[in-house]
Design a protein around this ligand. Structure first.
Ligand SMILES: NC(=O)c1ccc[n+]([C@@H]2O[C@H](COP(=O)([O-])OP(=O)(O)OC[C@H]3O[C@@H](n4cnc5c(N)ncnc54)[C@H](OP(=O)(O)O)[C@@H]3O)[C@@H](O)[C@H]2O)c1
Length: 315
C-alpha cells in the first residue's frame, strides 16, 4: 500500500451507531475507546457514559449521544444496531444520517439486509454484516462483551466489506472476510430460525434441546430450513442440520436466546426476520416449510399475547 493510499484508508471517520443496546453499546464503546474515529450514539434516551465490560478489561467511553433525529446530520458510516423489527422506526435517524458517500453497516441477524434497508437509506450504500460476538445490556449505560466464536463479525469479500474491516482497525474486533457471505448468513440463520422460537415458546433455556423428542423435532425443522438455504444458493452441506442439532446440545443449558428474553420482557420478537425469512424463501423457491411455518405462526401469536408471568395476566 502506498503512503497516500494508507493516508486515505486511515482517515478519521464520523460514525453514527443507531440503537444503543447489547450490540450497539459494545461497538459504540469499543470504537470510541479505540480513538480513531468520531463516534455518535443515536439512542432513545441519553446517557452520561458508556461502560463496556470485557473479559480482559472494562472500557469507559463518552461518545456524543443524540436522542433526537432532527439534530443528526450526514455521517460517513452508520452502524444500524436495532433489532430487525425496529428498522422502520429507525427511519428518521437514517434519513438524517445518510448521504451519497455514507455506508450503512447492518448489525442485525438474518438474511436480506440490503432488501430490508433499501427503502430507508436513500443514496447510501448498504453493508451487510454477520455479528458473532455476544452482547448483553446490563443497564442503559453498561453492556457486556463476550467473544462467542473465532470471529466477531463476517463481511463480504468486496470493497464495502474491506472498508468495514478498515473502519474497525485498532478495536481488536476479529472480522472474517468471506467470499461466500450468503452461506455464512444462512448457516447462522438456520440455528436462529429454529432454536430461538422453541426457547421463546416453551419459555425454556438451551437445556430444552437435550431431550430426545425435542432433538428429533429440531432436526426435522433444521433439515427443512437447510433445503431452503440450498435452493437459495447457500452451500449448506448435507449433514449441516444434524451437526447443528448436535451443537445445540453442547450449549450451556442455562443460556437463553434473544427471543426467549424478548418474550419474557414482553417485547416483540425478531421471528419475522428469522423464521419468517426461511418461510418466505421457501415460498420463493416452492419448498414446503410446515415446521418453520408452525413455529412462525405460534411465535407471532405469542408476540401478540400477554406477557408471561405477570400476575395481572391471570384473571
Ligand atoms: N445480543 C447479541 O448477543 C446478538 C448477537 C448476534 C446478533 N445479534 C443481533 O443484533 C441485532 C441487535 O440486537 P441486540 O441484542 O443489540 O438488541 P437490543 O439489546 O434489544 O438493542 C436494540 C437497541 O435498539 C434500540 N432501538 C430500537 N428502536 C430504536 C429507534 N427507533 N431509535 C433508536 N434506537 C432504537 C433499542 O432502544 P431501547 O433501549 O430504547 O429499547 C435498543 O437499545 C439483532 O438483529 C440481533 O439478532 C445480537
Amino acid at each position: 500500500m502506498s503512503l497516500s493510499e494508507h493516508a486515505a484508508t486511515s482517515a478519521r471517520r464520523h460514525i453514527a451507531v443507531v440503537g444503543l443496546g447489547s450490540i450497539g453499546g459494545v461497538i459504540a464503546g469499543t470504537l470510541h475507546a479505540a480513538g480513531r474515529h468520531e463516534v455518535t450514539a443515536c439512542a432513545r434516551r441519553g446517557i452520561e457514559r458508556l461502560i463496556v465490560e470485557r473479559p480482559d478489561r472494562t472500557i469507559e467511553a463518552r461518545p456524543r449521544v443524540l436522542t433526537d433525529a432532527a439534530s443528526a446530520d450526514i455521517h460517513d458510516w452508520v452502524l444500524l444496531c436495532t433489532k430487525a423489527q425496529d428498522t422502520a422506526s429507525s427511519a428518521p435517524w437514517l434519513q438524517r444520517l445518510c448521504g451519497h458517500g455514507t455506508r450503512v453497516a447492518v448489525l442485525q441477524n438474518g438474511i436480506g439486509h440490503v432488501e430490508r434497508l433499501a427503502p430507508f437509506v436513500g443514496p447510501a450504500t448498504i453493508v451487510p454484516t454477520i455479528v458473532y460476538y455476544n452482547g448483553e445490556r446490563l443497564a442503559p449505560d453498561r453492556v457486556r462483551y463476550r467473544r462467542a466464536s473465532d470471529y466477531d463479525f463476517a463481511v463480504s469479500d468486496d470493497a464495502n466489506g474491506h472498508a468495514f474491516v478498515e473502519l474497525l482497525e485498532g478495536t481488536g474486533m476479529q472480522i472474517l472476510v468471506s467470499p461466500d457471505f450468503k452461506t455464512m448468513a444462512w448457516r447462522k440463520l438456520l440455528l436462529n430460525a429454529v432454536a430461538n422460537p422453541i426457547t421463546a415458546l416453551t419459555l425454556q433455556r438451551q437445556g430444552v434441546f437435550r431431550g430426545e423428542d425435542m432433538g428429533a423435532l429440531v432436526l426435522s425443522a433444521l433439515e427443512e430450513a437447510a433445503a431452503v438455504a440450498r435452493a437459495d444458493g447457500a452451500r449448506v452441506a448435507d449433514d449441516e442440520a444434524s451437526k447443528l442439532r448436535a451443537m445445540l446440545t453442547t450449549f450451556p443449558p442455562d443460556a437463553g436466546t434473544s427471543m426467549y428474553f424478548d418474550r419474557l420482557a414482553g417485547r416483540r420478537s425478531e421471528v419475522d426476520a428469522l423464521t419468517g425469512a426461511v418461510v418466505a424463501a421457501g415460498e420463493r423457491h416452492q419448498i414446503a416449510t410446515p415446521l418453520c411455518r408452525l413455529l412462525l405462526t405460534l411465535m407471532r401469536a405469542a408476540d401478540a399475547g400477554p406477557i408471561p408471568g405477570l400476575m395481572e395476566n391471570v384473571k
